[in-house]
Design a protein around this ligand. Structure first.
Ligand code: NAD
Length: 485
């Protein structure tokens, strides 16, 4: 498949109540290919009325067949869905590459992660349960884990499949009925996912997908009185609006927001092991990754060596169209390119040690930015503080452990961090001292690992997705206290 000629569903429709339906007002939005700026297709411009219909369908599913299904049966549907996703690996990878602009091998890794989420949550569906609690004489007390009911999922464009997997997958495993609002910039794999879920036997209304603009469909979903839990992944600005919109309904909100994730490289680090991670964790998906490692903190004893090795790697990085499958693809949009180049202009006072190159045949209308590495950056510099969401990394020198921790913790964010050192005591100390949702020791996961709870502190958000922890978030606990004398 190159282009959308072999698409097996109509991307201009919403998926509501187990059926493909046009948006009530008939509105459409163009969906562009970031690699060349061409319009791939039109997608539905869902609005409040479509969200109403989707929430009603989810509510019916929750009260009906889906709500009555046993946990092992639910698990079986999700596991089957995982296999259907694997069967379509090549087509889904190509769709994601065309839609998001990510190189094919990265898109392929996202498909495998989506399938793995379905396997993991399919397997977990019947393994989560309440507990018994010792209480007063004459009582038996136990807790039940119940679904919230209808869950709303608002996801961004950078990793549609992975984020749908961790959020919708966990919600469905717990027996919730989901309404998904994918990003207007990239929503094809969200629609493909709905189609495959239907094929896997997911009952009508258990999953509904309404594409559309954030301020229309997204805002309607966040504020909807029929929604019992909101999971949002995206920017800090929109996340705080979502929390306000949901507040009058007193429903729980999970916010997975941005980051400025550091890697701390101490003098005793195994540099040969560290170096591939230092660069890859920053440039993956053109740096448009919430858990991108955009700050590299290096102790002075190894500073020159790390700068030279990273610069050499940057010099070899190639940027080009997603289907050429190079190191880096285009940014998602002209707007994102403007934001990133604006940040680069703010770095004109910095030491730019290396850049990658855009290949000669990259289409003029693609949103390409060559990666840039800055060194000797001060921790307070705007490029060391702001989430750039582009292929830009800064190297910051430090003298000792105390200073490294202070710099690591010196931003508004706290999503992921890594520590490179052979000193076991320092590994433990720094892992405790760093403010962040995940800390990797002698590796960097970019939030990776379906099994590993993931989420932020500070402006990186709150709540945890992935692993079993997500299942707690997508359920509510009921305590039953029986007096029997
Ligand atoms: P965004 O906040 O603009 O959009 C995210 C989603 O919110 C989209 O579906 C959009 O349509 C919707 N939206 C926008 N305005 C809305 C509104 N008023 N009401 C309801 N919904 C609305 O974010 P973005 O630019 O698409 O994504 C980039 C940001 O996402 C970055 O800050 C990045 O760090 C963050 N992100 C975080 C994670 C994580 O897991 N922590 C993962 C991916 C991206």
């Amino acid at each position: 498949m190159t282009g959308l000629q072999d698409l097996w569903f109509d991307p201009s429709l919403c998926f509501i109540g187990g059926r493909w339906v046009p948006p009530v007002q008939g509105g459409l939005l163009p969906l562009a290919n970031p690699s060349n700026g061409e319009i791939l297709c039109e997608i539905a411009r869902g609005n409040e009325e479509d969200i109403d219909a989707a929430v009603a369908a989810a509510s019916n599913a929750s009260a009906g067949e889906w709500g009555r299904m046993t946990a092992p049966e639910r698990g079986r549907v999700l596991t089957r869905l995982g296999y259907l996703i694997l069967d379509r690996t090549d087509e889904l990878a190509e769709l994601e590459a065309l839609d998001v602009g990510k190189p094919l091998k990265q898109a392929r890794a996202d498909v495998l992660a989506l399938a793995r989420y379905m396997e993991f949550y399919g397997g977990a569906a019947d393994k989560i349960h309440g507990t018994t609690i010792p209480y007063l004489d004459g009582y038996t007390v136990y807790s039940l884990r119940e679904p919230h009911g209808v869950t709303g999922h608002i996801v961004p464009w950078n990793y549609p499949m992975q984020i749908i997997g961790r959020s919708v997958g966990a919600a469905l495993a717990m027996g919730n009925a989901a309404v998904l609002k994918p990003a207007e910039e990239a929503c094809l794999t969200a629609l493909a996912f709905a189609d495959l879920a239907h094929e896997a036997g997911l009952p009508a209304g258990a999953l509904n997908v309404v594409p559309g603009l954030g301020e229309e469909a997204g805002a309607a979903l966040a504020a909807h009185k029929g929604v019992h839990h909101i999971s949002f992944t995206g920017s800090v600005a929109v996340g705080s609006m979502i929390q306000s919109a949901a507040a009058p309904n007193c429903v729980p909100v999970t916010l997975e927001l941005g980051g400025k994730s550091p890697q701390l490289v101490f003098d005793d680090a195994d540099l040969d092991a560290a170096l591939p991670f230092l660069v890859n964790a920053g440039i993956q998906n053109a740096g448009q990754t919430c858990s991108a490692s955009s700050r590299i903190l290096v102790q002075r004893g190894q500073y020159d060596r790390v700068v030279a090795a990273m610069a050499a790697r940057y010099g070899a990085l190639q940027v080009g169209p997603a289907l050429s499958d190079l190191d880096i693809g285009p940014l998602i949009s002209a707007r994102q390119k403007e934001i990133v180049t604006g940040f680069l202009a703010n770095g004109s006072d910095l030491e730019q040690v290396a850049t990658g190159s855009i290949v000669g045949d990259a289409p003029d209308n693609g949103h390409y930015v060559a990666p840039v590495l800055f060194a000797a950056v001060t921790p307070e510099h705007v490029l060391a503080q702001s989430e750039i969401f582009g292929p830009v990394q800064v190297i910051i020198p430090f003298d000792d452990e105390e200073e490294a921790i202070a710099i690591a913790n010196g931003t508004d964010f706290g999503l992921v961090a890594s520590v490179w050192t052979r000193d076991g005591a320092r590994q433990m100390r720094t892992a405790k001292a760093i403010h962040s949702g995940q800390v990797f020791i002698n590796n960097y996961g970019a939030g990776g690992g379906v099994e590993l709870p993931f989420g932020g502190v500070g402006k990186s958000g709150h709540g945890r997705e992935k692993g079993f922890e997500a299942l707690y978030g997508f359920s509510r606990l009921k305590t039953v206290a029986a007096f029997h004398g």
